[in-house]
Design a protein around this ligand. Structure first.
Ligand code: ADP
Length: 490
């Protein structure tokens, strides 16, 4: 199939796309109300409470979603515990068949998932359609393949699944993060209680419907919805064996404190403040595209976003001029329009956070640039913004904003940029743009980041491990390393 390309297209070599039969995906159904998915069925919350999930592009409610309390979480954990023994004792090749089936069903319903993801979360449809949903299916395919090969992955070791995994995911890549969590857990023989983020529950609930259709044994995957309190109930439940969390560094620290002294294992994928570095020998136009992709992909709601740009001094004027020109051509607006480059900010709260940072930049006296076009009147929108000559001590270069805001700095030498790039509490990702392979290798070994991209950015593949250093968390997801997080290995 021809690779879909557009001016904002992200540099993917692999085409994860798949054309589903049109009749299977022509209808996108969102129910008025969603219950909790426990023991293979949708059940009413004991809390009796529901909350609205909002379309950030219209500010209107899309559906009501159940709020799980401690008793609901307890039912989900009990159901996962009951399912654990039979699931973990199933021949691994049989487990693989279920995971494979889930992957196929995601592909068949890809259009429906993409539309719901963009409606509920605000991301451009071309991103949900070409990246999030195909990659989610790819993760299930990838880990289906590992299920019966674990002994090859860990030769001469005794391996066992951990038990019941509590998985808490964020709102920036809702279905994809669910796939990152569920697929390796199941491949290793664990059962799951997963909680999506409160602003983006709908694709996880669609996944629950799909899982019910897949005939996966009841209770192997349970999906409970709610906000921080529901997440905390999962973390604190005594019968959870492992916590897998992706979200803010702040909540990551709360979780670490909560599980200290227990037997719970944990993997935490937290914040980031990635350096994207352009050397004077780089192919400038490509680098500018990479910088745009690095920070404006998914409105900058990306933990590995290239939110700090370092330009070598000799090319500062050229790069900054090209960035401004490129910002003027980005199309911001309706997430469901396939030409949209920048969609809606995920929630009102997140828009307020981003706007507070724009104000901080102003108060710090920084020069900034925003494109001249106006924003849609309704919905949570934010213009892509550049801040120039940002100092190392500025809050804009120190703190994660999680929005379409780029803090630009300059450097003269390799040593200087390494020091500046590493001067952050985070260490999730980094990017280097250069014509010299030796420089790329040197930087990738010296930058303290879990992933270092050279002449590309935001490139993901189920086979490559992902995770951070320092306050960006610990443990790896993806690839063979992602299996270790769900196994006890002797
Ligand atoms: P953000 O600040 O980007 O919204 P959070 O870290 O707050 O990210 O949220 C990530 C996920 O963690 C969401 O599913 C959220 O509901 C959940 N969460 C928030 N607070 C807690 C908590 N105290 N314990 C467990 N999960 C939590």
């Amino acid at each position: 199939m021809a690779k879909k390309q557009n001016s904002f297209s992200l540099n993917f070599d692999t085409d994860w796309n798949y054309s589903p039969a049109p009749e299977s995906t022509s209808h996108v159904e969102i129910k008025e109300k969603y219950d909790l998915f426990i023991g293979g069925k949708f059940v009413k919350p004991k809390s009796g409470k529901y909350f609205d999930t909002i379309n950030p592009a219209t500010e209107k409610s899309l559906a009501k979603v159940a709020e799980a309390n401690e008793k609901d979480v307890d039912s989900a954990v009990k159901s996962a515990r009951k399912a654990f023994k039979p699931w973990s004792e199933l021949p691994a090749s049989e487990r693989a068949k279920y995971i494979f089936r889930i992957a196929r069903l995601i592909q068949e319903r890809a259009r429906e998932f993409a539309v719901i993801e963009s409606l509920d979360g605000g991301k451009p449809i071309k991103e949900s359609r070409d990246i999030d949903i195909p990659l989610a299916a790819a993760h299930f395919f990838y880990y289906a393949g590992w299920a019966d090969k674990l002994e090859y992955a860990f030769p001469n070791r005794k391996i066992k699944p951990l038990g019941v995994a509590g998985q808490i995911i964020p709102w920036n890549f809702p279905l994809l993060m669910a796939a990152w969590k569920i697929a390796p857990a199941l491949a290793c023989g664990n059962t799951v209680v997963l909680k999506p983020a409160e602003t983006t529950s709908l694709t996880a609930l669609k996944l629950a419907e799909l899982i019910a259709d897949s005939d996966l044994p009841e209770g192997v995957v349970n999906i409970v919805t709610g906000a921080g309190k529901t997440g905390a109930a999962i973390v604190n439940h005594p019968d959870i064996d492992k916590i897998a969390f992706t979200g803010s560094t702040e909540v990551g620290k709360i979780i670490q404190r909560a599980i200290a002294g227990t037997n719970k294992k944990a993997t935490l994928e937290l914040g980031g403040k990635a350096a994207n570095i352009i050397f004077e020998d780089a192919p400038i136009d490509q680098a500018v595209e990479g910088v745009i992709n690095g920070i404006f992909f998914n409105q900058g709601h990306v933990c590995c976003a290239g939110s700090r740009l370092f330009i070598q001094e000799s090319i500062k004027d050229e790069v900054e001029k090209k960035l401004k020109m490129r910002l003027e051509t980005l199309r911001i607006g309706d997430p469901l329009d396939k030409n949209t480059d920048i969609g809606a900010i995920n929630s009102k709260g997140q828009l307020e956070t981003i706007e507070a940072y724009l104000e901080i930049g102003k108060q710090e006296g920084l020069t900034s640039f925003q494109p001249s076009y106006s924003l849609p009147k309704k919905g949570y929108y934010c213009k892509p913004t550049l801040f120039f000559d940002v100092s190392q001590s500025s809050r804009l270069s120190k703190e994660e904003i999680f929005g379409p805001v780029l803090a630009i700095q300059t450097f003269r030498t390799v040593d200087e940029v390494i020091e500046k790039a590493n001067n952050t509490p985070y260490g999730l990702s980094a990017g280097v743009w250069t014509d010299k392979g030796s420089k790329a290798f040197n930087l990738s070994s010296q930058l303290k980041a879990g992933v270092v991209w050279a002449n590309t950015f935001n490139k993901f593949d189920p086979a490559s491990p992902f995770g951070g250093f320092k306050e960006s968390g610990f443990g790896r997801e993806g690839g063979m390393h992602g299996l270790e997080a769900y196994l006890s290995i002797k």
